[in-house]
Design a protein around this ligand. Sequence first.
Ligand code: FES
Ligand SMILES: [Fe+2]
Length: 333
Amino acid sequence: MAEYVRNLWYMAGWEAEVADGGWLARRLLDRPWLIYRTSDGDYAMIADRCPHRFAPLSRGRRDGDTIVCGYHGLGFDATGACKHSPFGKTLPDSVRVATLPVVARYGALWFWPGDTAQADPAHIPDFAFMADTSEHVPGHMMMNANYELIADNLMDLSHVEFLHVESFGVSGELFTGKHSVKQDADGAIWNKWDMTNIRPQQWIVDQVGEGVNVDSELHMRWHAPAAMALRIGNVRAGDSSKTPVVPPMLNPHILTPETQTATHYFFTHGHGDFAAELARRVFEEEDHPMLEAVQASMGDTDFWEARPLILESDAGAIRARRRLMQLRKAEAA
Ligand code: FES
Ligand SMILES: [Fe+2]
């Protein structure tokens, strides 16, 4: 399996997942981490593994900004330093746990697993829209699949016409559309489907009534390593003023590897039972089992060594994979 690209911001979780006075314990990029809010209001991210006998520090307790190991009582602060030993003697400075830069932005926590000197929060991709909690309910699920396989799924929305026929009520409209891929100067890759004069998806028909055709756009934006934003827009067919018939939808699909074959999938859905149920159905019942089956079918074979058939509809997904390969190569050098 390919190495992780290190010099990037990855999403660790939602701020809402960090309990007040507690922490979020999560395995990220093959290592266990613990994230907590310190008394100055910032966040700290320290290894969730005591250097003494490797107890998870998340089995311990908080004493202010110090995490006290639940096994033999060593205490570590937000800088990773051992600030407390119950054994009387001060331990050398070298006794510490690893830390990573972590920043809160847009309701999410972002960490930098690479060279700390390069960790500039200005490089966190723009997900300002998801900070609006009146529109976005944060979600998180685990998928037992490599994160690049899940990015393939999101960057190739032709699968909607097969995997999500029931939930979205589609019937081939996507294939009447124009498909394009482009890359921005900042490395963002756009995978766009633009359809004209189509019958809208069923959830839109439910809102605008039968017989209204739409011009529809399905635009996915990708940032390395696998932070995606999907924009779905619909205007009445031929409406040059581009007035939406339903409010445009903007949703994050952000992937962070837990391991090479398990991924944290961060998403949001709207408020209310309908939106929650649609998200559950689409993710849990449709994408989730298919992606785990794809991973199981591949085992630990490398993607390129398995010699995948590449179709035109894969163009965005392949562009994203190539971009990650370039970044990996640059880091290896
Ligand atoms: S394992 Fe943490 S103090 Fe012993
Ligand atoms: Fe899907």
